[in-house]
Design a protein. Structure first.
Ligand code: ATP
Ligand code: MG
Length: 392
């Protein structure tokens, strides 16, 4: 058999087998490509069924995107439309399937496509990006979503470049690092890119598993073009029970280096600890290509944030004074003032800026005692600042 006849024979067998499993009489095979993530994210996952009598279950902790079989059929339904995802590699072992496509009843094919477009359009209505200097926003966009652009990646690969990029978002708390990530992952959804959010808990669980490097690598892998977010990475990398932070970072770095990049991946890490406290091995080019610093807002940016407030609030306070009085505040603190204004308005009517400001000050004083240590402070400082976990 030639490779082509062998491929088409396999393909025919798979389509027929999946159609039987999913109860489809006239199946159409399709590859959702850029829509894969949205399709699998919004569909209800059904059971796993054998492919031509064979089924290999995969132990995976990954998100909904994984069909959890390197060889088998996963049934799904979206808006009442049944379809099946077929994954098959002939040795039943490899995680990346040679065959990975979907089948749906011919009569439902267009309906499924339209449903998916509708969902994609609805998702387009997500909130605006955080308030940022225009130039910084453009750079952030260009190095993440712009980087994943098909033509861009194609050109990079043609030129022999790496289809992998690392961004580090730093800056003091409450200035938009997580908000920027949230906006980017919503954009990923909208554009059909895969994305993965690694939480500190998921990282710690992988780190404690019997094969930590493999488990961490799995967490930081996307199967298609996409972005991996590791928000508050310093919290995750800090082992709360021991002082062996450097070991942990070594595992993390070697896991990252060993990841096979298929189509194009961007890593977005965030931390609010100072850049010079981060291990230089982590910051080297190839791991981190760009650092974006999220500063507390200037007067102009505070004004832009307040301009997003409800028209009633804006009409009820002296905006110029509010901008001036919040000098040195983080975005989150300015937003906290807005919440206090609303609370007061609900309780007592009116828009009492002075009350909100005073209340804010009191709350700050109360919180000042409950300091939460963050960052990768050198071990030596642990003994001087009284920290018991070695990470002041
Ligand atoms: N640039 C911004 N534009 C608009 N709102 C913002 C911005 N930055 C922060 N906020 C507001 O403050 C809240 C907290 O901000 P966010 O979680 O993005 O901060 P962060 O930089 O990730 O802080 P941390 O270092 O503590 O994780 C947001 O939910 C949002 O309401
Ligand atoms: Mg954050």
């Amino acid at each position: 058999m030639t490779p082509l006849t062998s491929y088409s024979a396999d393909h025919k067998l798979m389509v027929e087998s999946a159609a039987r499993a999913a109860n489809l009489t006239d199946p159409v095979a399709f590859a959702p490509h850029g829509h894969y993530y949205t399709l699998l994210y919004y569909a209800t996952r059904g059971e796993l069924v054998p492919l031509d009598g064979a089924l290999v279950r995969q132990w995976a902790t990954r998100d909904k995107f994984s069909s959890k079989t390197p060889f088998g059929v996963r049934l799904y339904a979206l808006d009442g439309i049944r379809f099946a995802r077929v994954c098959g590699h002939t040795d039943g072992q490899r995680e990346q399937s040679d065959y990975d496509f979907c089948v749906v009843e011919r009569a439902d094919y267009l309906k499924l496509f339209r449903t998916l477009l509708k969902i994609t359009r609805q998702k387009a209505d997500h909130g605006p990006p955080p308030v940022m200097p225009d130039e910084q926003f453009a750079v952030m966009r260009q190095h993440t979503l712009g980087y994943l652009d098909r033509d861009n990646l194609k050109r990079i690969k043609e030129l022999g470049g790496r289809a992998k990029r690392g961004l580090l978002l730093t800056g003091p708390p409450g200035n938009g690092k997580t908000s920027a990530c949230r906006w980017m992952w919503e954009e990923c959804q909208r554009n059909g890119y895969e994305y993965q959010i690694v939480s500190p808990d998921a990282y710690q669980a992988a780190r404690r598993s019997c094969n930590p490097v493999q488990a961490v690598r799995e967490l930081f892998t996307v199967h298609r073009c996409g972005i991996i977010f590791f928000d508050d990475m310093d919290v995750a990398l800090r082992d709360r029970n021991t002082v062996r932070e450097t070991d942990d970072q070594a595992v993390f770095l070697s896991a990252l280096d060993g990841i096979q990049v298929n189509e194009g991946v961007v890593y977005v890490f965030t931390t609010n600890c100072s850049v010079d406290l981060i291990d230089p091995a982590f910051k080297r080019p190839g791991r981190i290509d760009l650092v974006l610093h999220f500063e507390p807002p200037t007067a102009e940016l505070r004004r832009r944030l307040m301009d997003r407030w409800h028209a009633e609030i804006r009409a009820g306070i002296d905006l110029n004074a509010a901008v001036e009085q919040t000098h040195g505040f983080s975005f989150a603190e300015v937003e906290e003032l807005k919440n206090l204004l609303i609370l007061r308005h609900i309780d007592a009517g009116g828009w009492d800026w002075d009350w909100a400001f005073e209340q804010f000050r009191q709350n700050r004083t109360d919180l000042a005692e409950q300091h939460r240590p963050v960052g990768f402070a050198p071990l030596a400082s642990a003994s001087t600042n009284g920290s018991t976990n070695g990470h002041g």
